[in-house]
Design a protein around this ligand. Structure first.
Ligand SMILES: [Zn+2]
Length: 166
């Protein structure tokens, strides 16, 4: 295993000029948790979805339900919900993947590297020392749709209400 993160589909994201009009994150609003929809958890003010173009197995996005571009545009309730769901998701992701660390962050604005700069979202990326310990369930998968489905199936029990999560 390389000591670099392996994510060849990032190139597809960079080249993809056929993305549907409108907001890619608003497209998940109203989508119930499912492997096809890639949504892992949903609450009134925020939801968790697999990143369609992950940097590593288990790369999640925690997203406010309302389409806002900046932190200050969130209401206090939305801010609290987003942070609570981010905190829960970090714990669940560590338990589900056995990650030794997590990258947690936001890219605010296109200049900061945001792929979807108009809709705020928090990135959660599980990490391992040397990043040579990816989840075994997806270690042999080389096709992105299968990769996302396998990742969703592995994480789902930890995010389901009353499941193996918190
Ligand atoms: Zn949106």
């Amino acid at each position: 295993m390389s000591d670099r993160l392996w994510a060849p589909w990032r190139m597809q994201f960079i080249r993809d000029s056929d993305r549907p009009a409108g907001c890619a994150l608003c497209a998940y609003v109203g989508v119930e948790p499912s492997s096809e929809g890639r949504v892992l958890a949903r609450e009134p003010h925020a939801f968790v979805v697999l990143n369609k173009f992950p940097y590593a197995a288990g790369h999640l996005l925690v997203v406010p339900t309302r389409h806002v571009a900046s932190l200050e545009a969130l209401t206090p309730d939305e801010h609290a919900a987003l942070w609570a769901l981010t905190t829960q998701s970090a714990t669940r992701l560590e338990r589900a993947t056995g990650a030794e660390g997590l990258n947690l962050g936001m890219n605010l604005g296109r200049a900061a590297g945001a792929g979807i700069h108009e809709h705020l979202h928090v990135h959660l990326v599980p990490r391992w020392v040397g990043d040579n310990n990816f989840m075994p369930v997806v270690s042999d998968v080389r096709v992105m749709p299968e990769y996302l489905e396998a990742t969703w199936e592995a994480l789902c029990p930890h995010f389901a209400p009353g499941g193996a999560g918190l």
